[in-house]
Write a protein that binds this ligand. Sequence first.
Ligand SMILES: [Zn+2]
Length: 487
Amino acid sequence: MVMTGLQAIPVEVEVDGTRGQPSLIMIGLPNKTVDEAKERISSALQNCGIRIRSIRTVVNLAPAEVRKTGSALELAIAVGLLKMYGEIDWDTTQTMFFGELSLDGSLKSVKGLFPMVLAAQELGVKRVFFPQGNAKEISMIEDLALYPINHLRELLFFKNQSPKPLINSLSSKPQEPKIDVLSQMVGQEQAKRAIQIAAAGRHNILLIGSPGAGKSMLAKAMRSILPPLTKTESVEVTKLYSLKGLAQTGLIKERPFREPHHSTSTVGLLGGGHLLQPGEISLAHQGVLFLDEFTEYQSSVQEALRQPLEDGRIVITRAIGSVEYPARFMLIAAANPCPCGYQYHEAKVCKCTPREIANYQKRLSGPILDRIDLQLKIQSIDPQRFIEPKPKINQTALANQAASVAQIVQLERQQKANAFLSYKELQKFAQIKLVSWQFLSQAAKKFLLSSRGYLKVLRVARTIADLEQSEEVDKKHVIEALAYRIN
Ligand SMILES: [Zn+2]
């Protein structure tokens, strides 16, 4: 099995031995990979006490036209040789083998095992042999006999009797207790409200404020506020993490939260590289992509985010081929208001000239701003000013409950979060009152809202209505949504 994007393609290993010049020939793999694989497989077999027979051996990996990367096929090739030598004579039909071999015959974990095994199951495979290091990652897959192994030698122990399943379920770790970040933030009621709305409808949000105003804290609060992944989302996310070798702990149940540094390369962020791997935006799929100090990201990187923000996926095209990865993330961008950082500060004075501020604000790309649903200026508040005791209720848990209820409402109504509704879907599902449409049309003219901005307001208004459990979107919901766009 090999992966192209998130698509798994089965590969058949055929081994044939004939008389002739003793040699090992592999067909269907890129040259460089062949040499490395040959060496590892031969060495691993010898370390299991298997003599490489002096015959002309041809290993054919079919289909030939499929580009095969990675070394997950090595175990299957070794098994093919062992079968030809008669060292393994149990039935290997409906069985798949995954694993990279070390020179000593031990098995190394492989990337992308989760999606490959799911695809194998769909093809009717009944048994899977794979490296022990991947055991947790696929332990939750049911109705399949799983055989985690550490060493190629283990396959020889079965000799001519069919192996019995070794393990199945491994329990997952309990969730860590959530910290009540929201209650720790005194004042900032408007910011907390905006974060709550963003979480409930999975809207992109821009946080502008001085250093220390609490931008990072708000972003991190999102982790605890976002509703849990649905089962389908969870499988989707785990597949992507598995491709990067990041799913060792099993099925991923919490929404991803990725915070790549602004020095991260475009390939690291968007995906690609020589293995065409998913990037940060795909690892943030169904979760959060937090870009702190957003103005520090190169404008080319900001621009490159436009398409995935629009489509929820990314297509990476290189000379060696093209792949597509899902990238339906929620963007949280944070930035200082001006070069010195203190433009809206209560106590400190901004030292920037109007020109410096204007130049700085140009670094926030206009097309990106247009794709952000909620834009928020956060005032710095001196905590000493608040003598009130901290609230006794867990505000974060409360916000999480509200967002979870709103998620259920959205899924029942339209099978997706409000942020991801198209114009047609908005018309069909959003139940926007006529007065609300009329009001927004007037406001759009007055504030020169783009058509994209107009739709963003409608989506956010729908979420505000959902948090109130209101079936229809009222004028007041639109007014509040507008307030998060016009500054
Ligand atoms: Zn300043």
